[in-house]
Design a protein around this ligand. Structure first.
Ligand code: NAD
Length: 498
């Protein structure tokens, strides 16, 4: 790893198969140590324009490459990701902070997505269907959209990009990607891998920089035909409005306020393990993180005892140390946001059971760390139970029965993930019917999506599209209906039907 950084002090953009120097830079900081990793360019609108024109030109030829051949390159990308999994995971932990085990899991998601989408090159199914007139053939087929603009957050720096870029490329589009400036190393590594796998120049491009300049130019560039965005609700809403005015297709994956429901027949030990993993993994900085526990009043105290016991055993620190279970918070601004919610919770009358403070001891002094936090006696309408905090903070809400649990779960503006712990099969099926979220888990926490299923949420979490799964192809393709009349005469639909 040390050798790696001897060679790289400044990242470059990757455009048209070339590595393009930046002019202005900002440092990328390891959130566990406060040390600079590398400089990342703050690119200009002109650089975006160059990348888009390269992508537009490259896409024309790429769309003519047979999809199974396009997919072979994605397969080779998967093989390279697999070979480099450990190096990538270590870099990911350094730039993002998540513990090594989770970083390996995130790279694995990219590998899984590559092999899954490589298979899609031989499917990309359309439909044939009877025509209503004699001697006429009808079918529907997917066609690429053109140039795709991908905008991603720092909390899953490689997985989310693969959810978007791989289906887009297999479907015959060209990609221009703006990663988050906090976590650009994964973009650099993925671009190198695409280059080595032999992707033609211009099909995959990376432009580093701020949301305000690079992101906004993506949104407003007339040749970017679809924006696929993952990030905060505020940014997503704004992008949706701007794309709406241009009639530009936009797919949004945004925040969550995900709950674990624990019924009074649940295996409490299992439920507590599920809550700890989904609430404090990635220090609560996952869009699917559990930030509410909705517990049946009969088992509230017992569950709280178990959670407190388990929290006391969590080791917090630099995720590169394999003994650490909870890593840092991404930056100072996030720490301040979490702290402000601790004050809000106290003012609202919630009871702090544990945590609620930034860790400042000797081993934490150069990074950003926050103690795993439990609030109890929270009511469903409190701000700490409604708003996304994006940190290791859980609100415990007690309910009297199943119906109330579902109501509380659905009372937030978000709809990403939910979970229920129960052995009652009737409650299981009612929950899968009634929980208003895009993802539902039974007897597992709120995290752990698999790449061949659709990923995304209802209500304020998104705008109806999905990442991953075959559903992702709907974002990156248009449907074309094709009619072939082989009757040799004019046949008019609806009019000439006998
Ligand atoms: P963010 O909205 O601040 O940034 C996301 C990306 O958008 C970054 O690349 C950023 O540079 C860019 N951006 C910022 N302003 C922009 C603008 N005006 N125009 C265009 N682009 C702009 O979000 P974040 O803090 O990086 O990420 C955390 C958020 O992401 C959380 O809300 C989390 O729930 C959400 N998230 C959602 C999912 C999901 O799939 N639903 C997955 C991961 C994270």
């Amino acid at each position: 790893m040390a050798d790696y950084f001897l060679n790289i002090h400044q990242l470059k953009n990757y455009i048209d198969g070339k590595w393009i120097e930046g002019k202005q830079f900002i440092p990328v900081i390891n959130p566990a140590t406060g040390k600079k990793i590398v400089n990342v360019p703050l690119s200009s609108e002109e650089t975006v324009d160059y990348a888009v024109s390269s992508a537009k030109r490259a896409q024309k030829d790429w769309a003519l490459v047979p999809a199974p051949k396009r997919a072979e390159i994605i397969y080779d990308v998967g093989t390279l990701l697999k070979e480099r999994k450990e190096t990538l995971a270590r870099l990911l932990t350094m730039e993002n902070g998540k513990i090594l085990e989770e970083a390996r899991g995130e790279v694995q998601e990219g590998i899984d997505m590559a092999f899954y989408m490589a298979g899609e090159g031989r499917r990309l199914f359309g439909q044939t269907t009877p025509a209503e007139l004699k001697d006429k053939f009808a079918m529907s087929m997917r066609v690429p959209v053109g140039v795709v603009g991908i905008i991603t957050p720092w909390n899953f720096p490689i997985a989310i990009a693969t959810w978007k870029a791989f289906p887009a490329i297999v479907a015959g589009n060209a990609v221009v990607w703006k990663p988050a400036t906090e976590t650009p190393m994964m973009a650099y590594e993925l671009a190198k891998i695409f280059e080595e796998a032999g992707l033609p120049p211009g099909v995959f491009n990376v432009v580093h920089g701020s949301g305000a300049v690079v992101g906004q130019r993506f949104v407003h560039h007339p040749d970017i035909r679809v924006i696929s965005f993952t990030g905060s609700n505020e940014t997503g809403r704004m992008i949706a409005g701007e794309c709406g005015k241009q009639l530009k297709k936009v797919s949004l994956e945004m925040g969550g306020k995900n709950a674990v429901i624990v019924m009074d027949d649940a295996d409490l030990e299992l439920a507590a393990d599920g809550i700890i993993w989904s609430a404090f993994g990635t220090s609560g900085q996952r869009c699917t993180a559990c930030s509410r526990v909705i517990v049946h009043e009969n088992v509230k105290e017992k569950l709280e005892e178990r959670l407190l016991e388990k929290i006391a055993t969590l080791s917090i620190g630099n995720g590169l140390d394999e003994t650490i279970r909870v890593g840092p918070i991404i930056n100072k601004a996030s720490i301040e946001k979490i702290k402000s919610f601790i004050e809000i919770g106290k003012e609202e009358g919630a009871k702090l059971l544990t945590g609620g403070y930034e860790l400042t001891g000797e081993q934490y002094k150069n990074g950003h760390f926050f103690a795993p936090t439990l609030f109890t006696n929270v009511t469903a309408n409190m701000r700490i139970a409604q708003e996304e905090i994006f940190g290791p903070v859980v609100s415990i809400i007690s309910v009297k029965n199943f119906t109330e649990a579902i109501e509380v779960n659905n009372s937030v503006t978000y709809g990403l993930s939910s979970s229920i712990f129960t052995h009652d099969v009737n409650q299981v099926f009612r929950a899968t019917r009634d929980l208003d979220t895009g993802i539902v888990y039974v007897n597992a926490g709120t995290t752990g999506a698999e790449i061949h299923l659709p990923f995304g949420g209802t209500k304020g979490t998104g705008n109806g599209h999905r990442d991953s799964g075959i559903q992702a192809l709907d974002v990156f393709t248009e449907w074309r209906a094709v009619y072939v009349d082989y009757s040799g005469k004019l046949q008019r639909a609806q009019l000439d039907v006998e």
